[in-house]
Design a protein around this ligand. Sequence first.
Ligand SMILES: Cc1cc2nc3c(=O)[nH]c(=O)nc-3n(C[C@H](O)[C@H](O)[C@H](O)COP(=O)(O)OP(=O)(O)OC[C@H]3O[C@@H](n4cnc5c(N)ncnc54)[C@H](O)[C@@H]3O)c2cc1C
Length: 339
Amino acid sequence: MSLAPPSDLFDVAIVGAGPVGLAAAISCKRAGLSYVVLDKGCVVNAIFEYPTYMSFFTTAPELEIGNHPMVTGHDKPDRRDALMYYRLVAQREALNIEQYTSVTAVHAAPAGFTLETNRRDGIPDVLEARRVVVATGYYDNPLHLGISGEDSANISHYYTEAHPFMGLNVTVIGAGNSAADAALDLWRGGAKVTMVVRAPDLKSTIKYWVRPDLENRIKEGSIAAHFNSRVVDIGQDVVTVERQDGTTFELPTHFTFALTGYRPDLSFLSDLNLAQEPDACLVLDEQYESSTPGLFVVGSAGFAGKTNQVFIENGRHHAEAAVAEITRQLAGRAELLAH
Ligand SMILES: Cc1cc2nc3c(=O)[nH]c(=O)nc-3n(C[C@H](O)[C@H](O)[C@H](O)COP(=O)(O)OP(=O)(O)OC[C@H]3O[C@@H](n4cnc5c(N)ncnc54)[C@H](O)[C@@H]3O)c2cc1C
């Protein structure tokens, strides 16, 4: 029995080249495991899609991976700092990354797992791995409102920057950090901003340095806000808002940002029927191994709606724990094969 692996059989296939997937890749490399990282976009694609001028809420040391220092000239790194840092780390470590390659399905296989992929040129491909680490985050999958007009051109679930909205009526749907940051940035960019919030108040998770700023803008009337209300229709130049008592009114709106959160999309793992907790989080052990032996899920990907509890700061340690366990398992296997 030949021990030499077939050309595309890796010890570990890592799905997602975000900060957590990159941390897993560095750990694999340092453990001497053969690995490949597959990302449907560019390296740290989610961060690339973040608001153009966003700043992280944690400081640089909490975003570091592989003991590579993150050096910035300001307290809180911004999106550009993070893109540059993770790009440089990937280059310095010469990580084995296949960008623009999406994983469309994962199946159990004799050697471990078969991964179906769609490469950049659109050609489907297949590779095999003994173990799989899923680090796909949540930012690709916005929570949809399920209302008419949601697929029109004058609404987005992603905020970039304020410049093109100067002087326009912009409606921001949501009550969390993304909505708060966007509303303030748009107002400072000269847009006429109205927030529509289903709850009676803003979310308690709003960053402590952002909340008073937004509350004062609302109090002074610079930013309009409708609480206990929800948008029920997106029209060409108005949105229809429904109050708690069921009455509705029209809000003149040139563009709408629906910043209502995101959820992990693990549909590409459906063949494996992973066990879930009642709150839809995956059943994972301390090493982040799922109910399918050999498949590990790290970072926010396995935590369903708990996106505000798992982030880079702790997700990077998930990756290290998972790869340490994989190394232990494969070492045990190699020993077995040697006898
Ligand atoms: C505006 C904002 C501010 C934030 N600020 C902070 C902060 O200050 N500190 C902090 O620690 N965290 C912060 N977070 C959270 C943090 O960014 C995420 O928790 C983190 O990005 C998760 O890293 P990840 O590697 O698990 O996932 P991501 O960074 O989301 O990476 C997942 C990668 O997987 C790829 N992918 C997805 N599906 C597939 C597939 N089927 N095939 C191939 N590739 C796939 C995506 O393209 C993406 O590149 C913030 C998040 C947002 C939205």
